[in-house]
Design a protein around this ligand. Structure first.
Ligand SMILES: C[S@@+](CC[C@H](N)C(=O)[O-])C[C@H]1O[C@@H](n2cnc3c(N)ncnc32)[C@H](O)[C@@H]1O
Length: 195
């Protein structure tokens, strides 16, 4: 009997989901069957992040969403530099754990009120309408799935900045080239217009 109880308790533990996010108050965004998931993680270089911030004209009043945030370095840097809020979402729980280390590195701490890191599908995020800036470094397949959501849910005035990749059928308002230590990168900017 004791053995059976132990097995039931262990099974229960295995079913406990990962924490949805750190340093956060928002609900869990995890979905079991995401429309898109490519776990390739290549962090954006600091020079490129600086250009993304410049093109989006970020201020402390902004709310940044990073769709596919990796270790959420972009939101942490923005919070540190401008004092603005940031929400990063990643489908891979390993990245969420790395974000905890980044929180420490940036002296922001896992219980901060500015940056939230969520485990979930960036295409299923329910409060994307709160964003004033959306950043991403995602392959074109994701961009094209995200385009109708962006057009339907983002408020006028919201800026989208993308590292390297663009939408197939939506021309950017601005494109810049920036050099990192390893190569040249593109940064694209779109502004959501009044409907
Ligand atoms: C190229 S990395 C970019 C990381 C970060 N945004 C940066 O620029 O430093 C792309 C990230 O997207 C995540 N990803 C892929 N599909 C996703 C999805 N459907 N929802 C959320 N994250 C996703 C991957 O796990 C990966 O960490």
């Amino acid at each position: 009997m004791k053995m059976l109880l132990t097995m039931v308790a262990l099974a229960g533990l295995l079913l406990v989901p990962l924490p949805a996010s750190i340093g956060q108050t928002a609900p869990q965004e995890f979905v079991e069957k995401p429309k898109y998931a490519n776990l390739t993680f290549v962090p954006t270089a600091d020079e490129v992040i600086a250009k993304m911030f410049e093109m989006a004209k970020i201020t402390k009043n902004d709310v940044i969403f990073d769709l596919g945030c990796g270790d959420n370095r972009i939101c942490f840097q923005a919070a540190k530099k401008f004092g603005c809020r940031g929400v990063g979402l990643d489908i891979n729980p390993a990245r969420i754990r790395e974000a905890m280390d980044f929180a420490e590195k940036f002296g922001i701490g896992p219980n901060n009120m500015l940056v939230e890191t969520r485990h979930g599908d960036a295409l299923a995020v329910k409060d994307i309408g709160d964003a004033t800036v959306v950043v991403m470094y995602m392959f074109p397949e994701f961009m094209n799935l995200w385009e109708p959501i962006a057009k339907a849910k983002l408020k006028p005035g919201t800026r989208i900045v993308s590292h390297d990749y663009s939408f197939s059928n939506w021309e950017p308002d601005e494109t810049a080239t920036v050099r990192s230590a390893t190569r040249e990168h593109k940064v694209h900017l779109w502004k959501i217009k009044k409907k």
